[in-house]
Design a protein. Structure first.
Ligand code: NAP
Length: 253
């Protein structure tokens, strides 16, 4: 199952899995995009696709999604918790309600779906959870404070769950993309930074290929792209104040 499959990285991940012969469950809020993706997969690959429209920031929708999966009664070997978004701006200037809604999608949905679907994943000889964080997970990011904190939570959760499941058939990986050419910057309200990001952007297809390869190789952390890898590594070597000074200036609003 891939959440947030209507576009961007999730869509590309769904296509890579279809190419590898996996039947798919795909979800997002955009019905037309999901339906188009299901048709595209049906035309090009010999796999089955089921899709459900749902807003995973709403706890009721998460419950409905789990109910739907259980009613379908089909084996689940892969859970990709990809749906997520950011909000750019100073913490006090962004609405509290908006930031809490983002947390419900970026953290609560990841935790809930992992908890609800683990019993199904355990039924497989080999199963995978791929949680999508961000390079923002590796350090605090002023003006993306809550988003970066949510992705740090996803990274920490993924590592701990991976350890707990190390003797089971379920492998847990965490994907941390850097700037990627998707709808992310527009939804985050980062249009002003788009020009800068474009210099470093990877394509979602590139990210998805690296992500799925890393997931099948049971990598704990997957950071696509040399520059992103380097930055995730370098932040460990220098002081947090120094890094926050750089990210604060880079993302200043
Ligand atoms: N692009 C980047 O630069 C970048 C960098 C680091 C990490 N990431 C992470 O990568 C993941 C995918 O983002 P993306 O770059 O592919 O952005 P995107 O193009 O905006 O795609 C986001 C996906 O999440 C879905 N989604 C958003 N809100 C949702 C909700 N409330 N309920 C259910 N689904 C929802 C969207 O579908 P609907 O709108 O149809 O619901 C869409 O399919 C996110 O977790 C993001 O934080 C992205």
């Amino acid at each position: 199952m891939v959440t947030g499959a209507s576009r961007g990285i999730g869509r590309s991940i769904a296509l890579v899995l279809a190419e590898r012969g996996y039947n798919l469950l795909i979800t997002a809020r955009s019905e037309n995009e999901l339906s188009d993706l299901a048709s595209l997969i049906h035309t090009n690959y010999n796999v089955k696709t089921h899709w459900l429209v749902c807003d995973l920031s709403q706890p009721e929708s998460v419950k409905n999604l789990v109910l739907w999966v259980n009613q379908l009664d089909i084996p689940i070997a892969i859970l990709v918790n990809n749906a997520g978004y950011g909000l750019w701006g100073k913490f006090e200037e962004l609405s509290l309600a908006g930031q809490l809604e983002m947390l419900r999608l970026n953290i609560d949905a990841v935790v809930s779906l992992s908890h609800h679907l683990l019993p199904l994943l355990h039924q497989q000889q080999q199963a995978y959870i791929l949680n999508v964080a961000s390079t923002a997970a590796y350090q605090a990011v002023p003006t993306l404070a809550v988003y970066a904190a949510s992705k740090a939570a996803v990274l920490s959760f993924s590592r701990a769950l991976r350890y707990e499941l190390r003797k089971s058939s379920v492998s847990v990986s965490c994907l941390s993309p850097g700037p990627t050419d998707t709808g992310f910057a527009a939804r985050a309200g980062m249009a002003k930074l788009a020009e800068l990001a474009a210099k470093f952007n990877m394509s979602p297809d590139e990210v998805a290929k690296i992500a799925i390869k890393g997931m099948f190789n049971s990598k704990a952390e997957i950071v696509p792209g040399k520059l992103n890898k380097l930055s995730a590594f370098m932040v460990r070597l220098v002081s947090k104040n120094f890094v926050e000074g750089i990210t604060g200036r880079l993302y200043d609003k």
